[in-house]
Design a protein around this ligand. Structure first.
Ligand code: C5P
Length: 417
C-alpha cells in the first residue's frame, strides 16, 4: 500500500476535539478516552447530554479534560461575563467532533437538525471540512431498527464518519452488535480522520464532480437512462468537502441527500450536465467525472406521449457530448481531470487507453455486477490508474472508504505537480 494512505501517529497533537457523550452504558468508558486523547496532545472539551450525565459524572469529565463540561446552550444565570456565545464558538473551535457513545435518541436529534443542547449545536456549528465521527452504541435490536439505520444514513450522507459498533456481550447480557469500541480504538479512528483531513492538499481547492445517471428524453413521459444511483459521486463529494475543498456537485436524477458542505446543482440530460459543467471548468482545480453519462440521446424528442399504434418503431440516436473529455482537453497547467472507467474485459488496458484518449490524470477502473461493485450498491472495487500506468488496486470497500482512497491518490498527484 502507498505511504500516503497511512495515518499520522502525531495527528492528535495540538488538535481541538469535542467529545459528545450521550446516555448509554458505554459512557463509562469516556473519561478514559478523554485522558488518552489528552495524553496524545489534544485539547479536549466535553459536550454531555442530559441522559449522558446519568451515566458518567460531570466532575470526572471536567477533571480529566481539565476544562468546563458543556451541557445546555444557555449560560448559567449567574454568568455576567462574556460567555454568551459558547454555543457557536465551541463548534468553531473544534478540529473534530466525536460522538461516543451515540444513542438512538441523539442520532434522531442530529439527523433532524435539532439544536436543543450543546452537543447537537456543536454538530451544526462545526466548520465545514472538520470531521464528525459517530460511534453508535446501543442494544442490538435498537441498532438494526429502521429508524436508527435511517438516521445513520442521513448523517452519513451529510459527511459524518459512522463507525459500526462491535459485536459482543451487551449490557442486556445478550450478544449482538452494539458495543462501543475501546478508547484506544476510538483514538486510532480519530487519528486516521485527522491525519487525512489536516493538512489536506484539497483544502480551499475547488472541485467539480458529476454524479448519477442522465435521462435522455424519448417523448414527454419516457427516457433512456441507466442504473447509476449516484452513490459513488456523492461519496466523493462528501469526502472532498470533509477535507475542506469547495465542492460543486452536478447531479443527474438521484434519490440522495446532499452531503454536508457541498453545493449541488441538479440536471437531467447529458446536454444540461455539459452546459452546467462548462460554467465551472475554467475556475475549478479538479474535475471528477463520476456520472454515468448516457453516450447517446434520441435525435429528436417526440412531443406529448408516443402512441403504440405501430408494431415497431425506430429511433435515431445521436452522440452526447463527452463532458470529461472536453475538460481533459481544455484543462490548463495545474488543473486535474479524473474519470471512471466501467469495463468488462481487459480492464486495466482499456482504462489506461481512456486516460490517454481523454487526457486525464487519473482513472478509477471499476466493474458493475450490481451486487458488490458498481451501479446501485453501497460498495465498490476500484483500481486507480495514473499517467504512465501507475496502478493501485484497492480491495472491495464501502463507497465512502473508496472515495477517501481516491482522494488520497488525487492529493498525492497534487503533491507531485
Ligand atoms: O468513455 P466512457 O463513457 O467509458 O468514460 C467514462 C468516464 O467519462 C466517466 O468518468 C464519465 O463520467 C465520463 N463521461 C462523460 N461524458 C460522457 C461519457 C462519459 O463525462 N458523455
Amino acid at each position: 500500500m502507498n505511504n500516503y494512505l497511512t495515518p499520522s501517529r502525531r495527528a492528535l497533537k495540538d488538535k481541538n476535539i469535542i467529545i459528545g457523550i450521550c446516555g448509554g452504558i458505554a459512557a463509562y468508558k469516556t473519561p478514559q478516552l478523554v485522558r488518552l486523547l489528552k495524553k496524545k496532545g489534544a485539547d479536549v472539551r466535553v459536550a454531555l447530554t442530559e441522559s449522558g450525565s446519568r451515566f458518567v459524572s460531570e466532575l470526572s469529565l471536567a477533571t480529566v479534560s481539565q476544562a468546563q463540561v458543556y451541557r445546555s446552550i444557555f449560560p448559567p444565570a449567574e454568568n455576567t461575563g462574556s460567555d454568551f456565545t459558547t454555543h457557536i464558538t465551541l463548534g468553531e473551535w473544534a478540529d473534530a467532533l466525536v460522538i461516543a457513545p451515540a444513542t438512538a435518541n441523539t442520532l434522531a436529534r442530529l439527523a433532524a437538525g435539532f439544536c436543543d443542547d450543546m452537543l447537537a449545536t456543536c454538530f451544526i456549528t462545526l466548520r465545514p471540512g472538520k470531521p464528525v465521527l459517530v460511534f453508535p452504541a446501543m442494544d442490538g435490536q435498537m441498532y438494526i431498527s429502521p429508524s436508527v439505520q435511517r438516521n445513520l444514513a442521513t448523517l452519513k450522507a451529510q459527511g459524518a464518519i459512522i463507525i459500526e459498533p462491535e459485536s459482543g456481550e451487551l449490557a442486556s447480557g445478550q450478544c449482538g452488535t452494539g458495543r462501543m469500541p475501546e478508547p484506544e480504538a476510538i483514538a486510532a479512528y480519530i487519528e486516521a480522520a485527522l491525519s487525512v483531513t489536516h493538512p489536506s492538499l484539497l483544502r480551499g481547492r475547488s472541485i467539480v464532480i458529476t454524479a448519477g445517471p442522465t435521462r435522455e428524453k424519448i417523448d414527454d413521459v419516457r427516457f433512456i437512462s441507466n442504473y447509476s444511483s449516484g452513490k459513488m459521486g456523492f461519496a466523493i463529494a462528501g469526502a472532498a468537502a470533509g477535507r475542506g475543498a469547495n465542492v460543486t456537485l452536478i447531479a443527474g436524477p438521484v434519490n440522495l441527500d446532499t452531503p454536508r458542505g457541498v453545493e449541488r446543482i441538479d440536471v437531467e440530460s447529458a446536454v444540461q450536465m455539459r452546459e452546467v459543467a462548462g460554467n465551472f471548468f475554467r475556475s475549478c482545480d479538479i474535475f471528477i467525472g463520476a456520472a454515468a453519462v448516457a453516450d447517446y440521446r434520441p435525435a429528436a424528442v417526440i412531443p406529448g406521449k408516443l402512441k403504440k399504434n405501430n408494431p415497431e418503431i425506430q429511433f435515431t440516436l445521436v452522440k452526447n457530448p463527452d463532458i470529461l473529455s472536453d475538460f481533459g482537453f481544455q484543462k490548463q497547467a495545474g488543473q486535474l481531470a479524473v474519470g471512471f472507467a466501467l469495463e468488462q474485459d481487459n480492464g486495466p488496458a482499456n482504462a489506461l487507453k481512456k486516460l490517454e484518449e481523454k487526457n486525464l490524470d487519473l482513472v478509477a477502473l471499476n466493474f458493475s455486477d450490481r451486487k458488490t461493485s458498481g451501479f446501485e450498491v453501497d460498495t465498490n472495487m476500484l483500481t486507480l490508474i495514473e499517467r504512465g500506468g501507475i496502478t493501485t488496486e484497492l480491495p472491495l470497500l464501502s463507497k465512502e472508504e473508496a472515495a477517501r482512497k481516491l482522494l488520497d491518490a488525487i492529493e498525492n498527484i497534487c503533491r507531485q505537480t
